[in-house]
Write a protein that binds this ligand. Structure first.
Ligand code: EPZ
Length: 419
């Protein structure tokens, strides 16, 4: 089992190039199942979830050529595509449920494993299924699999999501692209990754537009075309390294980003005291000033992202007072708090509220990662702790951060992978 060894208390200085977005790549890769044309996708991050999604697509019959230097692939889902997505691939990467929409749209049937829960929550897919049934899908859950059929093909409809869901919005936007007639989706998630997916689908020939607050209109189409597409940058990776710069009192230039997309994160970090300079596609974050405490809640875009909550919590442990974080998206996303407390943090959790004491000096420790973003928060804390920390189960980290130890070593961290 691989581990990370971090010898902390070093300021990070230099440039970090941000990789492509994991959470944009996953729905876009799933959406390729709609088409039998040639699709070229570049700027994919080299992370485990992308490998798993490519394995899932190959298991369905996709022909995939990878050009590893540039993180790009060519994919053709032209013939003998199977419509069965197995548990052993979907269980480790919940985004596997995103193949359900395209398979139903193109083939009128699908058998896809339920994703199952994870450390941060139950991760149900009831909103996906209820919305798909509004497009004419009939489904049954048998032994952990969704058996779904659309005997008369998908028929466009008006659908209001009962709750803002990134995955359900993505599944339905993709499915509606081949439905007969027009579909209007209300109460949609509008994360930048969804906009990236829509840009990809439109380049593929789909007819989609935003029409008002959280409303997306899709007109079904049959003639798709070859497409070349570059995935957007990973805004959560960017936010993670911005926090790392401020946290270590360093000075990092975060490159290959679009600052407009992470406006909320920039505003919050400035409010906490970070010095931030913005250029066209880079952000300079330096952490000379004192870290201020704050009361904050996570919310759907354009609010503060739940995927940066664990990382921000580490920063707030070093602030000049008591902070409060309300986790409004997932029911169990404070698993990192107990590990941080083992490093000397003073975090109390009451349901979905965490109270964080400031002025903490993190002490090195042997640590256990539980989920993707919790594991990177342990790396951040270890970067500021004087001495050697060991982080176990870093397969969680490898799901979503490309070359994290290399990127951090290049800006002065003493970090290495040990087995
Ligand atoms: C996406 O997950 C992201 N994953 C998550 O990032 C991110 O935290 C989340 O959106 C919120 O922004 C990918 O994009 C691959 P949701 P998703 O559907 O789509 C509940 C990471 O670290 N819900 O917006 O699964 C759900 O339980 C990952 O990169 C239902 O109740 O999130 C949650 O409480 C972690 N029923 C809330 O809605 C459903 O059918 C938001 O979930 C679907 C969701």
């Amino acid at each position: 089992m691989e581990k990370l060894q971090v010898i902390g208390a070093r300021k990070l200085r230099g440039n970090i190039k941000i990789s492509g977005s994991k959470n944009s790549s996953l729905p876009i890769l799933a959406a390729t199942l709609l088409s039998n044309k040639k699709i070229e996708i570049s700027n994919l991050p080299k992370v485990r979830d992308i490998k798993t999604m490519l394995l899932l697509l190959s298991s369905l019959g996709a022909k995939i050529k990878q050009n590893s230097q540039y993180n790009s692939i060519t994919i053709e889902n032209s013939k003998n595509i199977k419509t069965f997505a197995s548990y052993n691939l979907v269980k480790t990467m919940r985004a596997g449920i995103l193949v359900l929409g395209p398979l139903l749209a193109r083939f009128g049937e699908a058998k896809v494993s339920l994703p199952g829960g994870c450390a941060i929550g139950a991760r149900p897919v009831d909103i996906h299924l209820k919305a798909l049934s509004k497009l004419g899908v009939k489904y049954k859950i048998i032994q952990g699999y969704v058996h779904a059929k659309a005997p008369r093909g998908l028929i466009g409809n008006k659908i209001r999501f009962s709750k803002i869901s990134v995955g359900a919005t993505e599944n339905l936007v993709i499915a509606a692209c081949l439905a007969k007639g027009e579909t209007t989706l209300y109460n949609c998630a509008i994360e930048p990754e969804i906009k990236d997916l829509i840009n990809f689908l439109k380049k593929m020939g789909c007819n989609i537009k935003f029409s008002g607050k959280r409303i997306i209109k899709i007109k079904g189409t049959q003639n798709l075309q070859n497409v070349k597409y570059k995935i957007m940058f990973d805004r959560i990776e960017a936010g993670t390294y911005m926090i790392a710069s401020f946290l270590t009192g360093g000075n990092l230039k975060i490159c290959n980003v679009n600052p407009k997309i992470i406006n909320t994160e920039i505003k919050i970090l400035k409010k906490i005291g970070a010095k931030i300079k913005i250029k066209q596609n880079e952000i300079n974050v330096s952490g000379k000033n004192e870290i201020k405490n704050i009361k904050l809640k996570t919310s759907p875009y354009p609010g503060f992202p739940t995927d940066l909550q664990a990382q921000l919590m580490v920063l707030l442990c070093k602030s000049n007072g008591q902070s409060v974080i309300n986790e409004k998206i997932f029911e169990n996303r404070f698993m990192h708090a107990s590990e941080l407390n083992r490093m000397g943090a003073k975090i109390k959790v009451f349901g979905n509220k965490a109270i964080i004491q400031g002025n903490i000096i993190f002490k090195p420790a042997e640590l256990m990662a539980t989920d993707l973003r919790a594991s990177v928060s342990l790396v951040l804390a270890a970067l500021t702790a004087k001495g050697k920390s060991i982080i176990n189960r870093i397969y969680h980290l490898d799901r979503g951060y490309e070359n994290i130890e290399k990127k951090l070593r290049n800006v002065g961290a003493n970090i290495k992978r040990i087995s």
